[in-house]
Design a protein around this ligand. Structure first.
Ligand SMILES: Nc1ncnc2c1ncn2[C@@H]1O[C@H](COP(=O)(O)OP(=O)(O)O)[C@@H](O)[C@H]1O
Ligand SMILES: [Mg+2]
Length: 367
């Protein structure tokens, strides 16, 4: 019998575009059958940024929800066309959607992902699972990060300590100790590429700093770095998650207002160091462990070099060493989470999100 396959659709806080991946999970392995990327246009990114900053009307958000639903459907069709796998083996689509607000703490916690799943199911004729985060939130959790359950299922090892480091707009880690590979811990460490991208866009007009080249022309400003590292988020104990509501351009501008005359490329270099150092200082262990980086940060050579420098006692690889290309890990995770939902299996790790218990995540939109 052919193994059922699942499509994962992911767009993270970077808002660079949709990553679509078609995968199956034979035995304890990940098999990727096809991938497809659908970049967001600059104008779409600008409109989404306004929504993320609470500056959009309900009509604008409704229209974005529809427009993204169409684009997520297009991405699903794109990945189907990229493979010769017959459509009949595709059991479901797992669509993360696009987060526009994430406020998991406080009196009225909420998290908001848009990209209407009804439109995805209509466009593809494939059962679509979406709204993965809110059940965990309803159970008292952060609704994030959700990828650690996937990391634990496929990347844990009973002989070696491993730590998966996902550097998207926000960075999160999953700690997989060898003695108890099923006892995964994980949380958002803070900014991944979000601040690096925001400063690069503001200063150069480019949405990201290719390979960290511009950052590498600057120097770390230690006073600025310590000021940035004093943000209370980095000291807060897990469970915790964060987003662009906190780490955004105005966060950078507030901090640099306290430091005069720092050249723009030094700020950029310091922001790379902030991602690296905030991550490193929150790790449970830095000796006798291999770090596997995934997400777009793995493609920033300068950031990877800085990470290796900050973790001299550890091996720093990418998830390619574990058989999954860094760009597709999160997409595959949502493909797997859709499988879990359809099999009525839980998708959250309460130790990670802080939820009261395991929950079956997501809502199902029938084919
Ligand atoms: N060649 C590259 N050089 C530097 N940074 C890169 C490169 N490719 C991707 N990135 C970074 O990765 C980000 C996208 O990463 P991704 O994992 O898709 O994040 P998210 O999950 O937040 O969408 C981009 O915004 C950019 O900052
Ligand atoms: Mg992305």
């Amino acid at each position: 019998m052919t193994e059922p396959a699942y499509i994962g659709l992911m767009s993270g806080t970077s808002m660079d575009g949709i990553d679509a991946v078609l995968a199956s999970f034979p035995g304890n392995c990940v098999e990727i059958h096809g991938t497809f990327s659908l970049p967001y246009s600059d104008t779409l990114r600008q409109r989404l940024t306004r929504a993320c900053q609470n500056q959009s009307t309900p009509d604008e958000v409704g229209e974005l929800d529809h427009e993204l639903g169409v684009l997520f459907g297009d991405a699903a069709k794109g990945v189907i066309e990229a493979t010769d796998l017959p459509r009949s083996v595709i059991a479901a689509i797992g669509s993360h959607g696009q987060t526009i607000r994430h406020q998991p703490s406080g009196k009225m916690p909420f998290t908001m992902q848009i990209g209407d799943p009804n439109l995805i199911a209509e466009a593809t004729g494939i059962t679509t699972v979406a709204d993965f985060r809110r059940r965990d939130l309803a159970a008292g959790g952060q609704g994030a990060p959700l990828v650690p359950a996937f990391h634990r299922a496929f990347f844990g090892d009973d002989r070696a300590n491993r730590c998966i480091v996902n550097i998207g707009g926000i960075a999160n880690i999953t700690w997989l100790p060898h003695a108890q590979p099923d006892q995964a811990l994980g949380f958002d460490t803070g900014p991944g590429n979000a601040l690096i991208d925001a400063w690069c866009l503001k200063q150069t007009g480019r949405p990201y700093d290719d390979n960290g080249h511009w950052a590498s022309t600057g120097e770390i400003n230690q006073a600025l770095l310590s000021d940035m590292l004093s943000d209370a988020y980095f000291q807060r104990p897990a469970p915790k998650s964060t987003g662009k509501e906190r780490f955004n351009l105005s966060w950078i501008e507030t901090v640099i207002a306290r430091h005069t005359g720092v050249p723009a490329n030094d700020v950029q270099c310091t922001l790379v160091e902030l991602t690296v150092r905030s991550l490193a200082m929150q790790l449970p262990q830095t000796r006798d462990v291999t770090f596997y980086v995934c997400g777009g940060g793995a493609r920033n050579r300068f950031l990877m070099d800085r990470l290796r420098t900050a973790l001299p006692e550890a091996a720093v690889e990418t998830t390619a060493e574990l058989g999954v290309d860094p760009q597709w890990v999160e997409g595959v995770a949502f493909a797997w989470l859709a499988k879990r939902t359809l099999e009525q299996q839980s998708g959250n790790l309460p130790a990670v999100t802080g939820a009261r218990g395991k929950r079956i995540l997501g809502a199902i939109y029938q084919a």
